[in-house]
Each structure stands twice: as C-alpha cells, then as structure tokens.
Ligand binder design. Sequence first.
Ligand code: GLN
Length: 486
Amino acid sequence: MELLEKTAAEQHKALINKEISALELVEASINRIEKLDNTLGTFNSFTFDEARNTAKKVDEKIAKGETIPKLAGIPLALKDNMNMTGTKTTCSSKILENFVSPYDATIVTKLKENLVPIIGKTNLDEFAMGSSNENSAFRPVKNPYNLSKVPGGSSGGSAAAVSASLSTLSLGSDTGGSIRLPASFCGIVGFKPTYGRVSRYGLVAFASSLDQIGPFTKSIEDCASLYETIAGYDEKDSTSLKLEVGNISDNLSKDIKGLKVGVISDLMGDGTADCIKASIQNSIETFKKLGAEIKEINLPLVKHSIGVYYIVATAEASSNLARFDGVRYGFRAQNCQNLLEMYTKTRAQGFGDEVKRRIMLGTYALSSGYYDAYYKKAQQLRRLIANDLNEAFKQVDILIAPTCPTTAFDLNSKANDPLQMYLTDIATIPSNLAGVPALSMPIGFDKDNMPIGLQIIAKQLDEKTLLNSAFALEQELGIYTKRPNI
Ligand code: GLN
C-alpha cells in the first residue's frame, strides 16, 4: 500500500524506524493535494509552509533520538470553521471570505504542541449547515469513491481529504451529524465525542448546545489517538468538562465478551436501504461471534429528532450569527446610506440561501408570540429524547444504528429540496440532542461500491467502551484497509 494510504499508526512506525522522514511525508501529502484538490474541491486554503516547518522539527527530534508524540509528523487537515492564527477562517461563506484568524483554537494549540503538521483548511457547507457539502459558497466537494456523488456534509472537505489520502487525519465539527455522515459516505471513521470533552474555543459557533469537534481517520486506533490529542479541560470554554481523558489508544482490545449491544429498531425500518440493513446484520453477526449479546431497543421518540433539532439548532444559529453584521468581521457591503442599510445589505449579500433560511426559521421560533409553541416545546422534547437514550443505556453498553438510511446520493439530487436534505440526519441527530458520544465506521459497500457506515453510540463519557467495541468489529471485518480508486 502507498505510504499516504497507510494509517497514522503505520506512518508513525515508519517515522521512528527512519524509513521515511516527516518532511517526506508532508511533501508526499502536498503533492497528492496538488494533484487531486481541483477534482475533489476539498480545500479552501493551504498552510504548506507551516506543515513543512513542523515536519522539520519532528525530524530534528528523531535525529536526536528523542521520543515523539504519536501523531507528530502526521499530516492533518482542519475544517475551515476552526481558527488558526494568520490563516483565513471562511466557514465557506462570502461573509468571512477575507477574515484572518487572530488566534489559535484550543485544538490547534494542542495539535501544535504535539507537532502535528496542519496542511490546510477544508471546504464545508456554509457555517456547517448542510448534509451534502453543496452549500459551500465557493464550490461543492465530491465523493472520492464516485465524483458524481456528494461526500456528505457539512465536514465534506475533511472527510474527502482523509478518504482520498490527501491527509492522513482531519478534524470536523458535528452539530447534527456533520462528522459521522460524511465519514459514512466516504468510507472512513468519524467520531463525535461526548459534548464538552473537546474544547470549542476557536470553533465558529453554529448551535452552541450541540456543536462538538472530532476526528476523521482511517482506523479506530488513529481515531482514539487523535481524540486523546485534542480532548481535555479548557478554561476558555465554559462547557468544557474537568475530567480525565485517559489512554484508550494503547489499550484497545478485541475482547468484547459479554458486551451488550442494542439495535435501535426504529432506525432499521422501511426508510432504510436494504443493502444497509444487510450490512448491519452482518455486523450484528460479527458482534455475536465475538461474544456480544444483542438486544432490540425501541426509541419511539427518535422520529421527532429532526423537528426538535431544526428548531433548537436554528434558534441558536440565529443568535450566534447575529455577530456577522459588517462591523467586526470580514465582508462589509459598500455604498450604504446609513448603519441599518449597511447591516442589512452586508447580511443579504454575505450569507447564502441555506444560512438565511435558518436565521429566519430560528428568529421566528424565538419570537415572543411563538417561543412557547416552538422553542419551549422543542426543548421539552429534547429532554425526553435524551431521557430515552439514557434509559436504554441501563440495559445495554452500546447502541447501533445506520449512520444514514442511504449511501451517498447524487450531486444536485436534493440541493433544491431542503426537507429531503434534512431527513438524511434522522439517525445522527439524537446523539447531539443527548450530548452522548457517537461514531461512524465503514462496514461494507453497496452494489455500486459506495461505502456503508455503521453508527455506534455510547453513554455520556464512555468513549472507552465505544472505541473498544468499534475496534473489535473493525479488526474482525477487516475492510478498513479499503481505499477509493482515485
Ligand atoms: N446536516 C445538519 C445540518 O444541516 C448537521 C450539520 C452539522 O452537524 N454541522 O444542520
């Protein structure tokens, strides 16, 4: 297998055995980006020199015989809604097209401390709103398995970058599924940790009570390593949890005897494609073979998740995006007669259709006449959905479900139908509403060779059981070494 197609753990071995240098690895990644980025639409901007300088530091350490952190020298791409000093942070929006970050997000600080070379900022749905990456103000991202299909959104650039081996690692943000959905469509691992595990300081806020940063990788071991690198308490984020992260990556094991696995039957019904049901059945059999017990779990309120999410998320977004008014950040409309005109023209010209739709929906749901009927109701239902999930975890250790009812769909097939687009999030949203950790991992392919993702959900803070179960399944299935032909 080509060097770039290997996992971070394998590349780490090659680095410390001096089979390659970190600079060679970064240059290889840059070459592949230069070859494929135009085809895939993955990146908004590059930070190649930054990556080269980091790689040189890693090589110096190796030359001196010093030990290096696990992910030192391994190329990583950052979703373009995360701040990194001196780089543009555009959120794939015209309104921030020329905004330059004055500071580092906490995750960036941690990556720098661990000498992880950051090679660029990846394309996304504008302000992370979308499921297909077609809402970028710049260009859509394409799926590395089939260029006429979407990569999933909103972190489509980060997912496609890892899937096509432009970078070995990347980070995304997940508000309603934006890490797990593209991971599923692009055949890689995508993980949303427990709400509060990873600092959101420096992430441009979409819906603050739901947003969480997490890894995209090719293997569960890499996922655990990247999670450990970015997680932990941060005084700059008031929702950050003051708890030990622990070492999961060194203790992964295939021994899951007695693990209780709940299958969410409500997400395995008629709307779910047959090939996905069959693949999940195969994973269930694999879990059984490894000694796990399987149980069916009913979560009847899950069907309301989309309705709840599109009230709560849009309400929070309408408030968070109020700051983009032409005064402080990025773009400002020209030739305005007064302040109000400047505000309205800036927002009218700067935001795309989907962002405007959400701001209007959220403002409506929060308005005094409708607050009780919509926002308050949605919050009450959110609590009930979370309670149902927490109750389920009294019976089982993990829950499994499809990540999405279908595999990747064709570009332009849903772009003009927002409701159809929203429905793709049915399986991913409940974990955001409840703040629990959830991941998507590849478990098979459909007849057109498009990847199928399995979602695994665990109770709050139980990243260890989640990642260990996923590791056991991954090792037994053995398909995580598959890469797209691009
Ligand atoms: N697809 C969902 C939305 O459009 C989720 C987005 C996300 O997780 N950032 O809001």
